[in-house]
Design a protein around this ligand. Structure first.
Ligand SMILES: [Zn+2]
Ligand SMILES: [Zn+2]
Length: 469
């Protein structure tokens, strides 16, 4: 380990004064619509209940961390979730989109429907952290034996949402509306040949019956300070598609290339030429795009020029126009470069991955912001630039108004440049951050039910243009 001691950072975090203020009950007094009456009282009780559930959230997370499960295989996790929801008296459905679980908490009073979402899947990564609850699990992934690790923090997302369910179930009689808890499989993508994730959850109707009026979700962020919340209106995360280019030449002996058509050289030219899409063809003052070739495959030995070379890569964009432009240019370049050499190229976009932009409804974001400020503290909520990672929360937010935010999980004393990123064997989260996640989701739900935000104007679609900071 090169990151210094991995102690439990749960104790002694530096924002306790804020916590004291919260528990004193004065924090939500500042939100105009909740300054009086039961809503303010609900907030105060939720904040207190969150403190009581904190140690359980940490214990649940450690358990999930030690027993990670790959996408569409979250059997143990979803059983734990379903048992917990049922024990709370929450109406629970299982087996949605493979292993998904949906809980419906009916409040004692009529009102809108708010959905809260957590993803449950782990990754084919072999854990290297020295925590006592480190994963030793192994599994077969796409035909290969791999280590399995919660290297993206979805264990924390599940535990946090279980905590929120407990907090809100305790307030059910006074809740003016319905809370839908969505525990989703396979955010990182389903195994080859399977369907899964948010797209399938939406297809199977999780946003209907009862119809969801707004959806909230969070993602841990191992690089930002623990307990810090960050987000932005409009495009928060990129649209992602994978692509495949097959270059077909004519096989021949490696000693006499002129007797064939060499797809290896053409593939190399295509990789270079694809870089001109971002550097020469995208308006760099307005648009963001990434084109990455992640795999090149072709040939079997040194002296055979193969018949075919395959390139596989990913495309990231933050608006529909740029996405279409990049797709078009990839096709044009691959086919044009191949034709120039007398070979052919077939281009498939997308292949298995096709995520819309994760779009935060601008008005819902502005509505949510003061609540986040109250929960996390005024200096712990940040507006950030969009990111080129993708998130399948985008499928929900493309159907109903959505707001998604990041919850920092880096121990405050660990320099940012030394923190391990998501999807790496050293990925680590400071557990002191989880309570902020519980509080934030609980507060957003309570506030939404008591003071529903009414959409005015369009903007739910992922197809909205994205403004940059
Ligand atoms: Zn991930
Ligand atoms: Zn993730």
């Amino acid at each position: 380990m090169s990151k210094g001691p991995m102690k439990n950072h749960y104790q002694g975090s530096d924002w306790k004064p804020w916590l004291v203020t919260l528990l004193a009950g004065g924090v939500f007094a500042g939100i105009p619509a909740v300054s009086a009456g039961t809503q303010g009282d609900l907030h105060r009780r939720a904040m207190q209940a969150a403190s009581q559930v904190e140690s359980q959230v940490i214990a649940w997370r450690r358990d999930f961390h030690q027993h990670p499960e790959l996408g569409n295989r979250e059997f143990r996790t979803s059983e734990a979730v379903a048992n917990h929801l049922r024990a709370l008296g929450i109406e629970t459905r299982t087996g949605i989109a493979q292993t998904g679980v949906v809980g419906l908490l009916l409040g004692g009073k009529a009102g809108p429907v708010v959905a809260l979402r957590a993803d449950m899947d782990a990754l084919p990564v072999t854990e290297r952290t020295p925590v006592p609850f480190a994963s030793r699990e192994r599994a077969v992934y796409n035909g290969e034996e791999v280590g399995v690790m919660h290297a993206c923090g979805h264990d924390a997302h599940v535990a946090i949402l279980m905590g929120v369910a407990q907090v809100l179930a305790g307030l059910r009689d006074e809740l003016p509306g319905t809370v839908k808890f969505i525990f989703q499989p396979a955010e990182e993508g389903a195994p080859a040949g399977e369907e899964g994730g948010a797209r399938l959850m939406v297809q199977e109707g999780v946003l209907d019956n009862p119809k969801v009026d707004a959806i909230f979700g969070l993602h841990t962020d191992a690089l930002r300070t623990a307990g810090e919340i960050s987000s932005r209106p409009e495009g928060l995360m990129a649209s992602a598609q994978d692509f495949r280019i097959k270059v077909r030449g004519r096989q021949t002996h490696g000693s006499s290339p002129w007797t064939g058509l060499d797809p290896v050289v053409v593939a190399a030219q295509i990789v270079y030429s694809l870089q001109t899409i971002v550097s020469r063809q995208v308006d760099v003052t307005r648009e963001v795009a990434v084109v990455t070739v992640g795999r090149i495959q072709g040939g079997v030995r040194s002296n055979i020029i193969p018949e075919e070379v395959e390139l596989v890569g990913t495309i990231r964009t933050l608006d529909d126009r740029t996405r279409e432009l990049v797709h078009d240019r990839i096709r044009r370049i691959a086919q044009g470069v191949a034709a120039a050499a007398g070979t052919t190229a077939t281009v498939e976009i997308p292949l298995t991955t096709d995520y819309p932009v994760t779009y935060n409804h601008p008005q819902l974001t502005e509505w949510a912001w003061p609540i986040l400020l109250k929960v996390a503290g005024p200096d712990r909520v940040a507006r950030i630039p969009p990111r080129t990672v993708a998130e399948d929360f985008s499928f929900y937010a493309a159907k109903v108004p959505g707001f998604f935010f990041f919850l920092g999980g880096r121990p405050p004393e660990l320099p940012a440049q030394e923190a391990a990123d998501h999807h790496t064997p050293d990925f680590y989260l400071d557990e002191s951050s989880f309570i902020t996640g519980v509080r934030a989701l609980a507060a957003l739900a309570i506030e939404f039910l008591g003071r529903p935000w009414t959409p005015t104007g369009a903007g739910v679609s992922s197809g909205q243009p994205v403004r940059y900071p």
